[in-house]
Design a protein around this ligand. Structure first.
Ligand SMILES: O=P(O)(O)OC[C@@]1(O)O[C@H](CO)[C@@H](O)[C@@H]1O
Length: 395
């Protein structure tokens, strides 16, 4: 058998001056401050947040309380290996995920008590849904209705890809802008392969899984894309995977799906029609919302449990959204950017497509020319700035 080369090292949070270290040392304390101000928490919550802040800044990873409902799960995910050690020493993916678990513990999310089930990030999620920009993006759907199905599909795929970073209006009114830029915003585009994996019309049964990322202005276009796939027979069933609890500030939970649907059904024009169709699809089971504990696990998808593996294996295509899910899909490692996407996603149990704006260092599947052009134009900024995106597919 040929020797398989060892994968490159995992990204840790320990490198001075690095983006991961700044997330642990600066972003997490800022999130604690934001959460503290979001609700009239009682003194017990304030004390727990003080303790978490101290632990983040100079302390070590503490174990979960002995009676934690998910203690067994976290031990299986490696808690015993990392507890007692500095936050910066653990794989970055591991320490970030554990931070959100500890934050929810501190604000009493897991109860019992008055704060049980209260999403500490809900005020910012709702503010985003109510922002005028959200309404403006939805209004674009009225113009989109008149366009041919193929153009609509393209706009909705790109709306989902760019989430809150570029609106559907931009995709519609200036579809060629990416190609004109010195270095294209889209650094890899396998969208043709993506569409080729779905049946052309409703003469075949096809399940599309969408592993969602953020709520609000990313989840709405994800739902619009789901509605389009169902309406045009590109999928006979869509399964939307969301997080079991608030995570990475804005990640979508079931409550956020409901908020997004209510936003759509209450909007003027074509958006309300999308909302009603999605509502009906949930009622008849052609759209399903799925929550699995592994969605908030600190581990790569390569280590997904068997039940999830079986679900994705049965899907016609799984769309994996966003930066964090990309890190989990390809492995949060120092891959050379030209490593083939198909190689590092060979573990995934079925056809898979990544739709991601680039917000962390990890990237694979680029041509050497693209990497060189990006480096020459921007140094390393293109990797983390969120100004570039990719659509990568393994059929
Ligand atoms: O998954 P998303 O929402 O696209 O991005 C998540 C993110 O903001 O969080 C991490 C830093 O904390 C990075 O992976 C990435 O920049």
């Amino acid at each position: 058998m040929p020797d398989t080369p060892a994968p490159p090292p995992e990204i840790l949070g320990d490198e001075p001056g690095s983006f991961p270290r700044s997330v642990l040392a600066e972003r997490h304390p800022a999130i604690i401050r934001q959460v503290r101000d979001a609700f009239p928490y009682d003194p017990g919550v304030h004390r727990a947040l003080d303790a978490l802040l101290a632990s983040c800044l100079e302390g070590v990873l503490e174990p979960l309380p002995a009676d934690a409902h998910d203690g067994r799960l976290w031990r299986a995910w490696g808690l015993d290996d990392w507890s007692g050690r500095p936050w910066f020493d653990a794989p970055w993916l591991w320490s970030e995920s554990y931070f959100y678990r500890r934050l929810l513990e501190a604000v009493g999310y897991f109860g019992p008590g008055p704060w049980q089930g209260i999403d500490p990030f809900r005020p910012s999620k709702l503010a985003e849904l109510d922002a005028p920009e959200t309404g403006e993006e939805l209004a674009v759907l009225d113009r989109l209705e008149a366009r041919p199905a193929e153009e609509r599909a393209h706009a909705l795929l790109h709306g989902s890809l760019w989430g809150n970073r570029a609106d559907l209006g931009f995709r519609l009114s200036d579809a060629d802008a990416e190609e004109r830029a010195a270095v294209p915003a889209l650094v890899a585009d396998d969208s043709e392969t993506l569409w080729s994996l779905l049946p052309a019309a409703d003469n075949a049964s096809s399940t599309v899984c969408i592993v969602a990322d953020n709520a609000g202005r990313e989840l709405i276009p994800d739902l619009l894309l789901a509605a389009h796939l169902l309406a045009h027979g590109r999928a006979s069933r869509v399964v939307l995977y969301v997080k079991p609890y608030p995570y990475y500030v804005s990640d979508a939970t079931p409550a956020d799906v409901v908020d997004a649907l209510r936003k759509l059904t209450g909007a003027p024009g074509a958006a309300a029609g999308y909302g009603r169709r999605l509502w009906a699809a949930l009622a008849d089971g052609t759209l399903t919302v799925r929550v699995h504990p592994f969605a908030a696990a600190p581990l790569p998808f390569e280590r997904m449990p068997d039940d999830l593996r079986t679900e994705f294996a049965a899907a016609t295509l799984t769309l994996v959204k966003g930066d964090l899910n990309y890190r989990r899909l390809v492995g949060d490692r120092r891959w050379p950017a030209t490593t083939p996407f198909a190689d590092v996603t060979a573990h995934f149990p079925g056809p898979v497509a990544a739709l991601r704006t680039l917000k962390s260092e990890v990237v694979v599947g680029l041509s050497a020319d693209t990497e060189a052009a990006l480096d020459a134009a921007e140094g390393r900024r293109w990797r983390t700035g969120g100004t570039h995106a990719l659509i990568q597919v393994r059929g």
